[in-house]
Design a protein around this ligand. Sequence first.
Ligand code: FDM
Ligand code: MG
Length: 229
Amino acid sequence: MIALVRLAGRAASRSRVGIAAAAAPPPVGLSVQRRRAFQGVRMETGGSKGGRGALVVLEGLDRSGKTSQCARLLSFLKGKGYNAEGWRFPDRATSVGQMISSYLANDSQLDDRTIHLLFSANRWEKRALMESKLLSGTTLIVDRYSYSGVAFSAAKGLDIEWCKAPENGLIAPDLVIYLDVQPEKAAERGGYGGERYEKIEFQKKVAEHYHSLRDSTWKVTQFLQESPR
Ligand code: FDM
Ligand code: MG
C-alpha cells in the first residue's frame, strides 16, 4: 500500500452512467476502504461549490493502450461537460523530466535508486498544480502515477517498501484503471522496444509488482486498443 494522501472534499459528479462514473465519487464501500488505505495528513480544503475534480489514473505495462484510453476518456468526459485535463508521468517537459527521458532513451545512465527518486521528484514538482486544479474543479486523467514508480523500480530488484517511501504525501487517486494486457500482446504493438524498459521479461516482473499493489480501489480491464499511440 502506498501512503498517498487523500484530498479533502468530494469529487464532483454529473453522471453516473457508463464510463462517466470514473469521474464520479467512489461508491461508499470503496470510500471507506480507501480512507484506511490512504490514511495520512488530511489536506486543507479550498474546494469549489461544485466539488473538486476527480483524480483518475490509468496504469499498465508499456504499450498496454493507456495513452489511447486516456485520450478517449478525456474526450468523453469533455463531451459530457466535465472540466477535464489529460496529464502524464513522466512529464518530460520539465528539467527533471528531460533527465528521465534521456535515461529512458538510453542516452544516459543513472543508478537505479537515483532514477527512481527522479521519477518521484517529477510527480512532486507537479503536486501543487495538481492540487490547485483538483480543488478548482478540474478532473485530471493521468497516464501513469505512483504505481508505475513502484512497480517498475521494484521489478529491478529494489526493496518495494523503499520504493514506496518517496510517494508518501502525494495525492491519492479517486480511481485507478489498470489495463491488464499480456506482455507478449503488448510487444506485438508497433514501435515496441524503443525505450529502456520495453523488454518482455522485464515487463512480466513489472506486471507481478503491479499485481501486488492492487487493492479494491482499482478497476482492472482486459482490452487492448489496436489504435497506435
Ligand atoms: N516509469 C514511469 C517508471 O519507471 N517510473 C515511473 O514513476 C513512471 C511514471 O517510464 F516504461 C516508466 C514506465 C515506462 C517509462 O513511460 C515511460 P511512458 O508512459 O511509456 O512514457
Ligand atoms: Mg512506454
